[in-house]
Design a protein around this ligand. Sequence first.
Ligand SMILES: *[C@@H]1O[C@H](CO)[C@@H](O)[C@H](O)[C@H]1NC(C)=O
Length: 177
Amino acid sequence: MASFPTVAPFLILASLLVSFSEAREFLVGGSAESWKIPSTSQVPLNQWAQRQRFMINDTLISKYDGNSETVLQVDEEDYKSCSLSDPMQEYGGGDTKVVLDHSGPFYFISGIEGHCQMGLKLVVVVLSNSHRGKRHSYTLPPAQVPFALPSAPSAPSSLGGGFVGLVMGMGVLLAMV
Ligand SMILES: *[C@@H]1O[C@H](CO)[C@@H](O)[C@H](O)[C@H]1NC(C)=O
């Protein structure tokens, strides 16, 4: 029978694999009814999005008043210019689910004239697969090496000292002769 310490690493590995392949659901803005013209008291949607780690196949859920709001998925240019004329996808009904099926940015704006200009827009960046399971790692700067005194100059000076001593010693010997 396999002892627990033997199987433990495999159990941990298996649970990690399960958790990494699990797609998650994100409620836009972190709460219901967040897809609306932003008020000053609200955390901006893009600020909320920047704090999340979106992975491929996660689902983005927008809850809103389906009678007065819509969601358009657009390209970067239309996102910047708030252009409603050429959306990639159009969503309505108050409960929109978008599967984030590839890595990179997804751009959303309100489909109601003027609302995007008033700030109802969102960009969500999906991390590539290579980021799966990785944690933020910080590389510490190399340890400061204490300044090492060069040893070379000490050799000639001691040699010089020895030479001076030798000359002086010989001088004494000569004087004694
Ligand atoms: C995302 O889902 C599709 C369809 O279910 C699947 O084929 C694909 O492998 C999934 N991708 C990832 C990265 O999980």
